[in-house]
Design a protein around this ligand. Structure first.
Ligand SMILES: [Zn+2]
Ligand SMILES: [Zn+2]
Length: 235
């Protein structure tokens, strides 16, 4: 059966995301848009994943916990985990790989930690919009060990993508899926990039605002609708 997904959404923990990207707002907007499953993937943190997981469970929406990690090569990769425990394990690993640079909220924006009632309970103190010291090889190995899937993010963009920064996709990393942006013409991109024929493409919103969350346009053909099945399918 085909299910509608959006597997790259930012919460207010990402400094560039709108403050309205709270756990309940994200889940409710996903339901309004008619989605079957979503993933929240903040920059280098899983601080809001537990709250979103609780809201999604209450609302009956399938939720995949994730993190958009910036590798040491300044490549963004969407890391999706089959459950919250493993996502929080990845969160700890990524946090330990962040440089000790404090966030400047006046310049970069706030990095809000929010509970399941949409109450702000703290802030990520260190700057999240920066490269970790994990290489793309490192992060791929870590996420696979945790049973997750790694998807190179927004490969059609000219910055922070694996193609823009490395110039190619190392085959030994074993990616199956590449993410293209919300605004990218999937068929046009496919036609103009025959060198990427071996990869499947998935379109995600990379939403930083509620209105940018996808409608029913990014479909996955799945046997069952749960986080484990989706992550296994993408890995
Ligand atoms: Zn990104
Ligand atoms: Zn993103």
């Amino acid at each position: 059966m085909k299910y509608a997904v959006d597997l790259h959404i930012h919460s207010a923990a990402s400094p560039c995301a709108d403050k309205d990207m709270t756990p309940n707002n994200i889940v409710n907007m996903a339901l309004v848009k008619g989605l079957d499953a979503i993933a929240v993937t903040d920059h280098n943190t899983g601080a809001n994943l537990k709250a979103v997981a609780l809201c999604a469970k209450k609302a009956g929406l399938v939720f995949i916990p994730g993190i958009e990690v910036e590798t040491s090569e300044e490549v963004h990769v969407v890391c999706l985990l089959p459950d919250l425990d493993r996502a929080l394990e990845l969160h700890t690993i990524v946090q330990n790989a962040l440089p000790d640079i404090m966030n400047r909220t006046d310049i970069f924006g706030s990095q809000l930690i929010i509970d399941e009632n949409d109450m702000t309970i703290g802030q990520e103190q260190r700057m999240l919009l920066t490269a970790t010291n994990l290489s793309i090889d490192d992060i791929s190995a870590v996420v696979r060990r945790l049973g997750g899937a790694v998807i190179p993010a927004h490969v059609d963009r000219t910055s922070y993508s694996i193609i823009s920064n490395l110039g190619f996709i190392p085959q030994e990393l074993g990616f199956r899926y590449l993410e293209i942006s919300r605004s990218c013409d999937k068929y046009g991109y496919r036609a103009s990039h025959p060198e990427l024929d071996r990869y499947r493409l998935i379109q995600s919103s990379d939403a930083h605002y509620l209105g940018d969350i996808l409608e029913r346009c990014s479909m996955l053909e799945l046997e069952g609708l749960n986080a484990d099945a989706i992550v296994t399918y993408l890995a």
